[in-house]
Each structure stands twice: as C-alpha cells, then as structure tokens.
Design a protein around this ligand. Structure first.
Ligand code: SF4
Length: 179
C-alpha cells in the first residue's frame, strides 16, 4: 500500500497548485454528466479506450472506483488576462496535463495500483489502439472525470476544497485513487 503522505509530496513536486487527500466516497458517478460525453463536443467520443463507450458502462466504472480506498485530488489554478484569454486557458491546461501525466508516470514506476482520472482523455500513445487492439498501458491509461460521470465542482465541494478562486482565474482538476 502506498503512503498518502508520499503521494501528496509527489503531487506537490509536480507543480500542482493544490494537492489534498480526498474521500473515495465522494466520487459520485452521475449518468447526466456521462450523457454529455455522447454529445461529442470534445470529438473524442468512441475514439479512445479511456473515453465512453470504451471505458465501460457507468456500472463498470463504479466497480473500478470501488476497488480503491484512498485518493488524492490535485488542482492547477492560474490567472487569465480576462474571460477571453483563450491562449492563457490553453497554456494552463497544458501545464496541468503535463503535471498530471508526470505524476501518473511516477506512480506507475513506483508500482502503485491506481485509477487516475484527469481533465480530458488519455493521450499516452500518439495514436490510441482503440478499437482494434487492447490498450497498451491499462495500468496508467486515464479517463476524464466526466467520462466517469463525475461533476468536478461537486467533487471539490465534498472534499472541502475550492473550485472557483475568483475573477479571471481558472482551475483544472484531476484525481488519483489508489490502494
Ligand atoms: S494508453 Fe494508449 S492505448 Fe491505452 S487508452 Fe491511452 S492512448 Fe489508448
């Protein structure tokens, strides 16, 4: 079993602006959130093992979550010039994705059995093997929280951490559940 203190330290070393211990019981899978994936606004639906329908039904996702007892929630918050600062939003997203991907990689190298849930779908491989071959890295592939039906604002609230940090700020969120 991994020690929570070590995992929090590792998260902090990866540049997140916040890393806290979270309750696995706060991971509530909402079919309405999951349904939004099918509208395919992100154009990833049915293209990746970590996105619906490849990541399994909501019941299967629930069974995956139920295997874990501990969790760490991470955030990357940044300031934007204004609400039209799309470049700033993209830069912040890239920063969060890089931190999250490094964090997951390090946990994988430490052989931590985990379920990572990020912001956006798995981009470990340049081209996902979906649907023709099995996932190359099932132990570290990560779905988005939305793919699992998680309402991110609720998850933050249930874990007593802010999601909104004031005007012209933006926050990206991820979590890792582990044994
Ligand atoms: S690890 Fe590779 S094959 Fe597996 S879901 Fe991610 S991109 Fe697809």
């Amino acid at each position: 079993m991994a020690e929570i203190r070590d995992i929090l330290d590792l998260a902090n070393e990866n540049g997140f602006t916040k890393a806290i211990e979270m309750e696995v019981s706060s991971v509530l899978l909402n079919p309405e959130v999951r349904k939004m994936c099918a509208t395919n606004k992100c154009q990833m639906y049915d293209t990746n093992w970590a996105c619906p329908p490849g990541c399994g039904t909501l019941e299967e996702c629930e069974a995956k979550v139920a295997k874990y007892k501990h969790g760490v929630l991470v955030q990357t918050t940044g300031e934007l010039e204004d609400s039209f600062d799309f470049e700033g939003m993209e830069e912040l997203k890239q920063k969060h994705d890089e931190s999250f991907s490094n964090f997951v990689d390090q946990l994988y190298n430490l052989k931590v059995k985990m379920l990572p849930l990020g912001d956006g779908c798995c981009q470990i491989c340049k081209k996902c093997t979906y649907p023709d071959e099995k996932c190359r890295f099932p132990e570290k592939a990560f779905s988005s929280m939305e793919a699992f039906g998680i309402l991110v604002s609720d998850l933050c609230k249930l874990n007593n951490v802010d999601y909104y940090y004031g005007k012209n700020t933006l926050t990206y969120v991820g979590c890792v559940l582990f044994d």
